[in-house]
Ligand binder design. Structure first.
Ligand code: FAD
Length: 261
């Protein structure tokens, strides 16, 4: 199948991109096209206008201060895997990025596009929630910032308002004695995961996120970051069958054990 007809715009700057999105209800952002491309071909998405954004300097690059690293929405998985983004500690971001899909996908796919697509099995959806990252948004009405965990509202559903864009992701740095683990189960390397868990033990900050659940990732905090906490939380996810529940628990246990080692 081929896409339904659409117009294409390549705005000169972020303000023009936002004005285009604001002016046309059927307009949609095009970043790396790795998820939107197939959706267009299958006619699951039929925008009237595609607003190309991955050339915009306002969405490129990364900046670091003492507490955070801010990554532009159009930074590709490949740039992060190649260490072109400042490290938050322990090479965490690079290790996650290098295990996303295949090099060809990583060369074009962006961190912002991944979050906005909100596939429950996407790596950044789970990892940025566990790292307590903030998503920076901009629209015609102004800018705002929300926690990554609140940004993802369900399978392929986000907190983006009409005409709004993700401009960056701000990730807190890990302390020197932080312990971190990220584990996933895939049928073969490069495939989307069937089960995934990220665990962060950083001083008094304890967070774990179980992803690839078919909906919003599950967030465990503080005393709930235990095997029993995960069992209790997964009991509430009614959509899981026995095999999937078992796989999720096995992956969570592996991640927790690694973080505690
Ligand atoms: C074969 C294959 C395997 C893959 N495997 C994995 C995997 O293992 N793990 C994984 O995490 N991902 C995987 N992906 C997805 C990949 O990571 C994509 O890069 C990502 O999902 C979308 O990023 P993109 O830049 O291509 O966004 P696009 O496809 O351009 O856009 C995706 C959606 O986000 C919106 N959007 C994009 N940028 C913005 C923005 N700045 N503001 C507002 N809306 C925006 C678009 O309108 C669209 O709705 C895979 C993809 C393919 C094709």
């Amino acid at each position: 199948m081929k896409p339904a007809p659409f117009d294409h715009a390549r705005p000169a700057n972020l303000a023009d991109a936002i004005a285009l999105l604001d002016a046309q209800a059927g307009a949609r952002v095009l970043a790396g096209g790795q998820s939107l491309g197939p959706m267009l071909n299958l006619r699951l998405a039929q925008p009237s206008l595609l607003v190309q954004v991955n050339h915009l300097s306002e969405l490129a690059g990364a900046a670091a201060d003492a507490e955070t690293v801010t990554i532009g929405a159009s930074v590709t998985h490949a740039s992060i895997a190649d260490g072109l983004v400042p490290d938050i500690g322990g090479g965490v971001l690079a290790r996650v990025a290098e295990n996303i899909a295949y090099r060809a996908v990583r060369n074009r796919g962006t961190i912002g596009g991944s979050l906005c697509h909100a596939d429950p099995a996407a790596d950044w959806v789970t990892v940025l929630s566990a790292l307590d990252a903030a998503v920076l948004l901009q629209g015609a009405a102004g800018s705002r910032s929300i926690p990554a965990h609140d940004f993802i509202q369900g399978a392929f559903r986000t907190a983006l308002l009409p005409g709004e864009m993700v401009v960056a992701v701000r990730v807190p740095r890990l302390s020197a004695d932080a312990h971190w683990a990220y584990e996933k189960a895939c049928r073969k390397p490069g495939d989307f995961a069937h089960a995934m868990s990220a665990v962060l033990l950083d001083g008094t900050r304890r967070r774990a996120v179980i992803g690839a659940l078919g909906g919003r990732p599950l967030l465990l905090e503080d005393d709930a970051v235990t095997n029993d906490g995960a069992i209790r939380a997964l009991r509430d996810v009614s959509a899981l069958d026995q095999v999937h529940r078992h796989m999720q628990l096995a992956v969570f246990r592996r991640a927790l054990a690694k973080a505690q080692a």
